[in-house]
Write a protein that binds this ligand. Structure first.
Ligand code: ADP
Ligand code: MG
Length: 283
C-alpha cells in the first residue's frame, strides 16, 4: 500500500498512513466544494495520487470536475451502502493523478437510510479500509455537504484531518465553535486519529475591510490553526466549474489558482507528506 504521510511513533520508528482530509463546515456557500476540488487538484499536480470523494448529494464537486448529472451513478451512494467500490466507481478526471468518486442521484436518500443501519457512522471508514482499489491513493479528499448529518459524520469518522473553510464575511466565526465541538466529540467517541488540519480563509477581499477584520478575529482566536495562505475572492474561481474544470486548469495564472497551489504546498509541508520523486526536509 502506498501511504505517503510519515510521522514518528512513540518508539521513534517512522510509521505511514494515507492522509484523509474532510473539507467541512456546516454552513453552505463558504467554499467547501471549491476548496475540495482545487486542493485535490493542487496535490495531484504536485505529484500525489489523489482521490476526491463527493459526499454532497448536490454533486457540485462532480459537476466541477466535468461529470454531468445524468452520468452520476455507481458513486458515493454505492460506496457507502455496498462497501468497497469496484474500479468502475473510481473515475479518472481531466487532472493527471486525480480520480473521483462522484455523488450519485441516490445519495440524498443515504442520509435517511443510514439512520437504521448498524454502525451507521462507520460506513465510509469501513468501505475505505476494505477496498484494495483505493490503496493506490496517498491522499483522499472528502467534500462534505452542508450540515452535520450522517454524511458529514461518516466523513469525519473516516478522516485523519479536517480542513475548515471560513468565508470572510460577517458572522463568519459563528458556527465555528459548534463545528469544533463536533470535531472534538467525533474524536472522543469514534475516531481518535481525527485532527484539525487547519482553518482556511476563503473569498478574501483585500479591498473590503471586513475581510481584514475576519482574518484578525480568526488568527486571534485560532492562531496557528489558520493556514498562512488565504484564498482571494476571484471571478476565475467561480467561472471554472461551469467549464467542468478546477481553476488550476481553467486559468492556472489566476490569483485563485496560485492560492490553491500554495495551500497544497502548505498542507504537504504541515502534514509531512512525502511526494514521490521529491526529497523533503521533513523525513
Ligand atoms: P460550499 O461547498 O461550501 O457550499 P462553494 O465552494 O460551492 O461552497 O462556493 C459557494 C459559491 O462561492 C460558489 O458559487 C463558488 O463558485 C463561489 N466561490 C467559492 N470560492 C470563491 C472564490 N475564491 N472567489 C470567488 N467565488 C468563489
Ligand atoms: Mg459544496
Amino acid at each position: 500500500m502506498l501511504c505517503l504521510q510519515r510521522h514518528l511513533s512513540h518508539s521513534g520508528a517512522i510509521i505511514t498512513r494515507p492522509l484523509i482530509l474532510a473539507v467541512a463546515n456546516q454552513k453552505g456557500g463558504v467554499g467547501k466544494t471549491t476548496t475540495a476540488v482545487n486542493l485535490a487538484t493542487s496535490l495531484a499536480i504536485a505529484g500525489l495520487p489523489v482521490l476526491l470523494i463527493d459526499m454532497d448529494p448536490q454533486g457540485n464537486a462532480s459537476t466541477g470536475l466535468g461529470v454531468a448529472r445524468n452520468q452520476r451513478f455507481g458513486g458515493t451512494y454505492k460506496l457507502l451502502m455496498e462497501g468497497s467500490p469496484g474500479r468502475e466507481t473510481i473515475r479518472p478526471t481531466l487532472v493527471r493523478n486525480l480520480s473521483l468518486i462522484a455523488s450519485d442521484i441516490d445519495l440524498a436518500g443515504a442520509e435517511v437510510e443510514l439512520v437504521s443501519e448498524n454502525r451507521r457512522e462507520f460506513h465510509l471508514k469501513a468501505a475505505l479500509a476494505g477496498s484494495p482499489a483505493l490503496s493506490e491513493f496517498s491522499v483522499i479528499v472528502l467534500d462534505c455537504p452542508p450540515g452535520l448529518g450522517l454524511l458529514t459524520l461518516n466523513a469525519l469518522v473516516a478522516a485523519t484531518g479536517v480542513v475548515v473553510p471560513l468565508q470572510c464575511e460577517f458572522y463568519a466565526l459563528e458556527g465555528i465553535s459548534s463545528l469544533m465541538h463536533t470535531i472534538e466529540a467525533v474524536r472522543r467517541r469514534f475516531n481518535p486519529a481525527l485532527r484539525l488540519c487547519g482553518i482556511l480563509l476563503t473569498m478574501f477581499d483585500r479591498r473590503n475591510s471586513l475581510s481584514g477584520l475576519v482574518e484578525k478575529d480568526a488568527r486571534d482566536h485560532f492562531g496557528d490553526w489558520v493556514f498562512d495562505v488565504s484564498i482571494p475572492r476571484n471571478v476565475r474561481v467561480s467561472e471554472a466549474p461551469s467549464h467542468g474544470k478546477p481553476v488550476l486548469l481553467y486559468d492556472a495564472k489566476s490569483p485563485g489558482a496560485t492560492a490553491y497551489t500554495a495551500l497544497g504546498a502548505e498542507i504537504i509541508n504541515k502534514e509531512n507528506v512525502v511526494v514521490p520523486g521529491h526529497v523533503t526536509a521533513h523525513v
